[in-house]
Design a protein around this ligand. Sequence first.
Ligand code: V47
Length: 353
Amino acid sequence: MTLIEKLENGNRLNYEDGVNLFDLDVLTLGHYANKIRVAKHQKKTYFNINRHINPTNICKDVCQFCAYSASRKNPDQYTLSHEEILETVKNSSKNGIKEVHIVSAHNPHTGLEWYMDIFKKIKKDFPNIHIKALTAAEIHFLSTQYNLSYEELIDTMIKSGVDSMPGGGAEIFDETVRKRICGGKVSSKEWLEIHKIWHNKGKKSNATMLFGHIETREHRVDHILRLRELQDITGGFNAFIPLVFQTQNNYLKVKEPVTANEILKTYAVSRILLDNIPNIKAYWATSTVKLALIAQEFGANDVDGTIEKESIQSAAGAKSKHGVAQNEFVDLIKNSGFTPVERDSVYNELKIY
Ligand code: V47
């Protein structure tokens, strides 16, 4: 059967098919990805009202792509106090946020309690705000630093009030590339193992892929299929988020940012290969808002949230420092011919515009 026949029939595609998808022209790929998107979500595009908080930028690990970590090119180290974090949540709660997304660097000086107690405090003061926190990379770091098994750490997270896990730290699973861009931190196997344990507790998470640096299309397909394999077992991933590499202020000397054509192809291939992950998120902070809107026609059905403050990608050159206002999101999605739907963190629909 030819690749086009498989696409027409809606067959599950293998690794070789996945690589060959990239050789199709972008509009053909968009056609098939959009067909799947419409079958699953019609014209709905999800977003949420959330706040990103990055409590510390001091990191014991050295990822070549990272412009956020203070120990590298950024000399301004910081670690927020719990009072400062609570004040931020209080102010953002006035804007109607439904979620805090809390991701930190791997700070070896704070103690485990600093990482965990803030969740308890947020839950106590704001019981209706969903806490999405701690990437698998942070969980691996904390478990090594404080000599706890992944499961013990995850149980502590849950007891402390964490509701779901973000998808960060996945980068690229291929071991050779991974060694070059983030050797020393959580391995691919460990990343997948941590999400598996989390899912087995009945909890949901997201998965990311950092692309547009030194990886190849083959590495992207391999990454996506490793996620599909775990999802077949657990069903715990809500969303897949291809993160477009931002080129500034880091040690990966990538001069040319990945093209818009290649970004759209990557969203479309993700949608086509990942027949078991319901949502493909065009995270506007890395794709730009404009391309995220176009991505709606190339398989993406989610543009992430209002964010309010973004520190990781903006440190590397993204125009995402100040978030996007809720009404702006609604207008942009509407004006591009889609239906904006405010969702909660686990994709319950809260309001259809
Ligand atoms: O894992 C670091 C990435 C991620 C750069 O789960 C970079 O809903 C681009 O995972 N260029 C953290 N990306 C962010 C993240 C995330 C974001 C939004 C929503 C969700 C979710 C998760 O940021 C890291 C890393 O892959 N990153 N440096 C860079 N130069």
